[in-house]
Write a protein that binds this ligand. Structure first.
Ligand SMILES: [Zn+2]
Length: 426
């Protein structure tokens, strides 16, 4: 790789002073060209100009005195800076809650039975359709703000709780508005194939057609979705139904995601592999053939331990098989009212270690570099010259500590597009 010093010199020659420089932190770059599990630079410096990272490297290689190089010098000795965390799988726009269902499940009710009887996701669909724009927005801002307070700078938000063309677009509009208010970058995903709405109970093919012919073009035209997701499960949709929708997504040049093999091996991972989807998510019951298909299709395995924990599942995803096949991991909250009421990405990362056996470096890479890959965002997820200056500055002695604690937050500062979010400094 080019020496950081050379990059620095080039950047410095084109401009007299950068906007700011963070002086003294340890940098966990997640740059696979740098050594160690974190791509670590000890006693580092990181310079920002506009919304971009323009220099990083050891303090000793800075091309001048910090005060001469930047308008503002921020002292961060003893901290760790990571890329801003990226939550690549959430359903955080919704009406109501499912606390009653949660209590019923604690009393022995089965999640799949509740879904088949019209509860579960369909309960949230009813509550979301009944909610005003203001109610949806307030809930989404509250949940996004909690994620942000824990170092998250980019969040993927799925539709899927309205299941009409206009309502799905409304959900995505709310997600983007909430992102602006909470100072979080939001990327929308259309999840029309989340559940079959009651009004289509005897017309399944017509609903799949509605998603393919109306929802996808509408989401595309409005610029509200970059990806299309589908829930492949016995009580949701078959792989064949998803393929009809994926064909339309491909025409619209939208990426593909799959909720795969969570409750049964329904062929979701194999579908994701066949279609070279960006990811298959959940994967508790993925077969060896599904793992192979994902490897061949270049899919990322998105692990969602919050749902595994909340549903008291006892069948973890085949993590070692994914490692052996070279399939990378991402980790996300799956923040949703039914199966994963998890409002901290660090907590999800911690659970991925404790429940699924990920190494902390795999888990943190899954909340940064690999999560960016899932979302198709090449401009973030690592610390490198030219990428967005989305950072989290942490009061921790080493990166493992970010996942060691459950609860609390060692976040000192959050930087979004080069701007320090002053709320965290209060
Ligand atoms: Zn989900």
């Amino acid at each position: 790789m080019a020496s950081p010093g050379v990059a620095a010199h080039l950047a410095f020659m084109t401009r007299t002073r950068w906007d700011s420089i963070w002086l003294g932190p340890n940098l966990a770059t997640f740059d696979s060209n740098l050594p160690g599990p974190w791509g670590e630079i000890a006693d580092g410096a990181l310079a920002i100009d506009g919304d971009r990272i323009v220099w990083l490297g050891p303090v000793s290689e800075l091309p001048g005195a910090p005060e001469a190089l930047a308008e503002r010098v921020r002292h961060a000795h003893g901290t760790w800076i990571t890329p801003g965390l990226i939550d690549c799988h959430t359903h955080l726009v919704h009406g109501g809650d499912r606390i009653g269902e949660w209590v019923a499940r604690l009393g022995g009710r089965d999640y799949d039975d509740i879904a088949r009887e019209g509860g579960g996701i369909m309960q949230t669909v009813g509550q979301t359709r009944a909610a005003s724009d203001e109610e949806l927005l307030a809930g989404a801002v509250s949940r996004l703000t909690d994620l942000a307070r824990d170092g998250v700078t980019t969040v993927e938000v799925k539709s899927g709780y309205d299941l009409t063309a206009a309502g799905e677009i409304r959900m995505l509009d709310v997600a983007h508005a909430a992102g602006r208010l909470a100072k979080v970058q939001v990327q929308g995903t259309l999840l029309g194939l989340h559940a079959l709405p009651a009004e289509f109970e005897h017309h399944r093919a017509d609903y799949v057609d509605l998603v393919a012919r109306e929802m996808i073009p509408a989401a595309r035209a409005r610029g509200r979705a970059r990806q299309v997701d589908a829930f492949v499960e016995g009580f949701a949709f078959s792989a064949e139904e998803c393929e009809r929708v994926f064909e339309a997504a491909r025409v619209a040049e939208l990426g593909l995601r799959v909720h795969a093999d969570q409750r049964s091996d329904s062929g979701g991972a194999a579908l994701a592999g066949r279609w070279c989807a960006a990811s298959a998510d959940h994967l508790e019951r993925t077969s060896p053939a599904g793992v192979r298909a994902m490897a061949e299709g270049g899919c990322v395995a998105v692990l969602l331990p919050g749902a595994y924990l909340t549903l008291r599942d006892d069948h973890p995803p085949p993590v070692q098989a994914f490692r052996d096949a070279g399939v990378p991991f991402a980790v996300a909250t799956d923040l949703n009212p039914g199966s994963s009421p998890v409002r901290s990405l660090r907590a999800a990362g911690s659970l991925a270690c404790s429940l699924f056996g990920l190494h902390p470096s795999e888990s943190l890479a899954g909340m940064t570099r690999e999560a960016a890959r899932v979302l198709g965002l090449a401009d973030r997820g690592r610390l490198a010259v030219g990428l967005r200056a989305d950072l989290a500055v942490w009061d921790v002695e080493r990166p493992e500590e970010l996942l060691y604690w459950i609860g609390g937050s060692p976040l000192r500062d959050r930087v979004v597009g080069g701007v320090v979010d002053e709320r965290e400094r209060a």
